[in-house]
Design a protein around this ligand. Structure first.
Ligand SMILES: Nc1nc2c(ncn2[C@@H]2O[C@H](COP(=O)(O)OP(=O)(O)OP(=O)(O)O)[C@@H](O)[C@H]2O)c(=O)[nH]1
Ligand SMILES: [Mg+2]
Ligand SMILES: [Zn+2]
Ligand SMILES: [Zn+2]
Length: 398
């Protein structure tokens, strides 16, 4: 990406920084219907504070401020000119990092993100000597509506409903933005720099078809990191060794359905290779954390000395502990071999420069067959996220 251009994390159009719009932040300014925003989210236009272009005032080169043509007040709220969503800051001291989850239906992607964000905000950021908060009200609302109210209903009661299946943003249309990303700011106390993390929770069904996945290629290619989900319940070796009740708790459908992870991995590789215009011998550089979710149902398949059974060392050491990561990676390589996933491992090694295997449990306990479970007590949920932060240069490995 050139220095003066900017990719919108909502609609993935590229703009030069001088094209960006502003929204007035004066509560008493005359509200107008926003047709551009309505088009992006397929809604009837709502009355909002006016969006405007031009009459920009630049404060040095650091801050972007525009003057509202209606009330004359200054505003620093930047909008994408194509979709009128509020953009993360563009100051040099702010860096945006995009995370996309990829994986088949029912793999556990939404549960993972839901618990990860909750835990990172509550505890993880603090362990890294920083603070994390939702970037804006919209992100906080999306998180609340899509995740929080299911997994963390209210203090004292246990969650009794599963997260709803993530709705496709693509099937039947070519429009991106039905599933709004969640934006979270992260700042470490001793650093000047601030980060805005953008999380995309995709619908598994969008990865079930090659054409749909190609529609998403702008977003996938713009991602700074990919969480790839390999659902152990779709591996027949594993499934055949688990009791029916366990399977029902850890998956929504009775029958095994959807493509296996290998097929989705090959589709992802195809999209990325086409987008980056790579030669056959070149490998893909974007970091990929391959995540085996639902670790709580797999314990009976592990040896007693497995590193997957001990608690994660990363937060204890206040960062990403490299050795711990290697131990888990090695163990998982061995298990995936044993479970007949050689082909998957082969494609990873042949196509990605930078990947690592992880195992997590978002809930730490298996829901019963009706989807009831105890409050999430996640296991190793931060491992892939911290590794990703190391790959992105946000934190250093220990
Ligand atoms: N035992 C157990 N089950 C889990 C865990 N995480 C998710 N599940 C179950 O896995 C199923 C799918 O979870 P979701 O998070 O909705 O999966 P998804 O990948 O977002 O699915 P789509 O939205 O359809 O793409 C649900 O039945 C969850 O209860 C976990 O940590 N442990
Ligand atoms: Mg989902
Ligand atoms: Zn946009
Ligand atoms: Zn105004």
């Amino acid at each position: 990406m050139r220095k003066n251009t900017y990719v919108c994390p909502y609609c993935f159009t590229t703009h030069s920084k001088s094209e960006l719009c502003f929204r007035c932040v004066n509560a008493t300014c005359k509200k107008k219907p926003d047709h551009v925003y309505a088009k992006y989210c397929y809604k009837a236009p709502e009355l909002r504070q006016p969006a405007f272009e031009g009459r920009k005032k630049w404060f040095g080169k650091k801050k972007y401020v525009g003057e509202c043509p209606y009330c004359g007040r200054e505003s620093g709220q930047l909008l994408c000119p194509s979709c009128h969503n509020v953009l993360p800051g563009l100051e040099r001291s702010i860096e945006t990092k995009l995370f996309t989850v990829v994986g088949g239906m029912d793999a556990g992607k939404s549960s993972y993100l839901a618990v990860l964000l909750h835990e990172f905000k509550r505890k993880g950021a603090c362990m890294l000597n920083g603070v994390a908060s939702f970037m804006d009200d919209t992100s906080a609302r999306v998180y609340e509506e899509q995740f929080l109210r299911y997994l963390y209903p209210c203090i004292g009661t246990d969650p009794s409903i599963r997260l709803p299946k993530t709705k496709s943003s693509l099937a039947g249309s070519t429009y991106i933005g039905a599933n709004r990303p969640i934006l979270m700011d992260f700042k470490r106390l001793e650093e000047q720099k601030k980060y805005t993390f953008v999380f995309y929770d995709e619908a598994g069904e969008d990865f079930e078809e090659e054409t749909l996945m190609f529609t998403m290629s702008e977003q996938i290619a713009a991602s700074n990191g990919i969480f790839f989900f390999l659902d152990p319940l779709k591996i027949s070796y594993v499934r055949n060794r688990l009791q029916e009740a366990k399977i029902k708790g850890a998956s929504t459908t009775e029958e095994q359905y959807g493509s296996d992870a290998n097929v989705i991995l090959l589709r992802l590789i195809k999209v990325l290779r086409a987008k980056y215009k790579l030669l056959e011998e070149e490998r893909i550089s974007v970091p990929v954390a391959v995540i085996l979710p639902k670790l709580d149902v797999l314990t009976s398949l592990l040896s007693r000395s497995s590193p997957l059974l001990r608690s994660s060392m990363h937060y204890e050491e206040k960062g990403y502990a490299r050795q711990e990561g290697f131990d888990v990676h090695e163990e998982l390589c061995g298990l995936l071999h044993e479970w007949g996933q050689q082909e998957f491992l082969y494609h990873l090694a042949a196509n990605f420069e930078n990947y690592q295997l992880f195992a997590v449990s978002a809930f730490g306990n298996n829901p019963d067959e009706y989807g009831r479970f105890y409050h999430p007590k996640p296991v190793r949920i931060e491992d892939p996220f911290l590794w990703m932060l190391v790959q992105m240069g946000v934190i250093r490995a220990l």
